[in-house]
Design a protein around this ligand. Structure first.
Ligand code: 5BU
Length: 474
């Protein structure tokens, strides 16, 4: 078999390695791009890549029963390995969600089987992880993945954090060394690519901000798993993880007035949201079974529950409102919120009543003519920082903290309306997420009153999350 160096040169010669300016799926512009799809036109290269990945598969931590290529480039690679080494293959359908009835995974498997995932190139590892999630959804486990090229932008660490070992044949710097050695690339160009790699890590997300003098940090990238690691409360960690796993930053504000409608919205829109927000005090037929059912749906579709109670009284009263009455909010809400207006006592008493929930402080409001001033917002931030074992972030209309462990939820979001004539003011998803730095967009009537609420939720989720990925740090 030809050496690995020969393979790199042949990949270059057939146009699988390209220099220029290319947009990655994350939106980043890279000076060096790999298009391994072309190797299907060169069977010898395809066989060689498959052989190398098969060799790498011998390094895995747990024996596997089947292999699964990440669609699409890795499919022929996985097929060759499967046929040559008599290893059963599974196939992940990318379009399964859209067509509802189709199975996410084709092929025969038993729950508990271990599958090896195969991929051509990884940047953050997200495509590999999506395939793993599909396999997991049918009970198939993945402990390892093999990849031809690790672009050295964080995939190995990202997947490690998710319990998956990534084995790569080449790293990007290693490949470039070979190309420089053989006169295919200029050293100055590869230095530029190395700079690009260093500056575009998908996991290193903290750097000193412009206002380093006062000790605050700002996020360089908005990497969710990195933020999950930095979370100071179990609930914020969970929210970051859910956002990452489901690739959504949409919070549905389910402001309906009966349990049936609420549960129906939760069930149908659950797959597209990370948080479901309620106003339980507007539900006419509320009882504890509403909560039990809601919790089951939240568990099934992997989202968290936020009761938008906006506590605003003295500590003694809010602790009773939180834990007692007919709503017993502390027993089921993962997230609650409070106005900082009464002073730190409100936070102390809510925390004493139940630390399991995370609290958002209302630092800004979306309504026309509200009385919140910049000084009030600043004082809210201070209060949050002093209680960051319980305060997980803010309701706000802009980013008020650059500390990446705080979450920013922004209400007043609509794609086609400027206001509701009752004081509410709307901005579009891209305005709140890309320009104002929201992490999570709160959408109520834009979805619940839509002709097709599920279709509307998909649009808001798509707009919101692509805005999140494309957002510059603010
Ligand atoms: P809408 O239907 O998307 O306008 O609903 C917005 C929701 O967010 C609604 O439940 C409000 O109570 C909530 N909200 C808000 O709109 N503006 C604010 O400043 C705060 C909460 Br705080």
């Amino acid at each position: 078999m030809a050496s690995n160096e020969d393979l790199v040169l042949r990949l270059y010669d057939v146009g699988a390695i390209k220099c220029g300016e290319f947009k990655l799926s994350s939106g980043l512009i890279t000076p060096l791009y790999f298009d391994l799809r072309v190797i299907i036109s060169y069977p010898e290269i395809l066989v060689e890549v498959s052989d190398l990945l098969y060799e790498a598969s011998k390094l895995v931590s747990k024996p596997f029963k089947s292999i699964c290529g990440v669609p699409y480039t890795a499919l022929p690679i996985a097929t060759l390995i499967s046929a040559k080494h008599k290893i059963p293959m599974l196939l992940r359908r990318r379009e399964a969600k859209e067509y509802g009835t189709k199975k996410a995974i084709e092929g025969h498997f038993e729950p508990g089987d271990i599958c090896l995932v195969i991929e051509d190139v990884v940047t953050s590892g997200l495509s590999v992880y999506e395939t793993i999630l599909s396999l997991q959804s049918v009970g198939v486990h993945v402990s390892d993945a093999v990849v031809l090229l690790e672009r050295s932008q964080g995939a190995t660490n990202n997947l490690k954090m998710l319990g998956v070992n990534l084995h790569s044949i080449f790293t990007l710097p290693g490949m470039m060394e070979v190309l420089v050695k053989h006169g295919k690339l200029e050293k100055a160009f590869t230095d530029r690519v190395l700079d690009f790699l260093i500056n575009n890590q998908t996991t290193i997300s903290i750097k000193q901000s412009a206002n380093v003098s006062n000790g605050t940090h700002c996020m360089k990238t908005r990497d969710l798993m990195e933020r999950a690691k930095l979370a100071k409360h179990e609930v914020s960690r969970k929210i970051f993880e859910v956002m990452y796993q489901k690739q959504t930053n949409l919070c549905l504000s389910a402001d309906v007035t009966n349990s049936k409608e609420l549960l129906h919205l939760a069930e149908s829109i659950g797959p597209y949201i990370c948080v479901l927000k309620t106003h339980v005090d507007i539900i006419e037929d509320f009882d504890q079974s509403t909560c039990r059912n809601l919790l089951n749906i939240a568990h099934k579709h992997n989202f968290v529950l936020f009761e938008d109670r906006k506590f605003a009284d003295i500590g003694h009263t809010v602790s009773k409102q939180f834990t007692g009455g007919m709503f017993r909010i502390s027993e089921w809400a993962d997230v609650i919120n409070a106005h900082p207006l009464p002073g730190p006592g409100i936070i102390k008493e809510l925390k004493n009543a139940n630390k399991r929930s995370g609290c958002l402080l209302i630092g800004e409001m979306s309504t026309n003519g509200n009385l919140i001033t910049p000084a009030y917002t600043k004082a809210t931030l201070k209060m949050a920082e002093e209680n960051d074992d319980f305060v997980i972030g803010f309701i706000s209309t802009s980013r008020i903290s650059h500390d990446p462990h705080f979450l920013h939820f922004t209400p007043g979001v609509s794609l086609d309306c400027k206001g509701d004539g009752k004081g509410q003011q709307y901005l579009t998803p891209s305005e709140v997420v890309s320009k104002r730095g929201a992490d999570i967009l709160i959408v109520g009537r834009g979805i619940t009153l839509a002709h097709d609420p599920v279709a509307a939720a998909k649009v808001y989720a798509q707009e919101g999350f692509s805005g999140y990925l494309a957002a510059v740090d603010v």
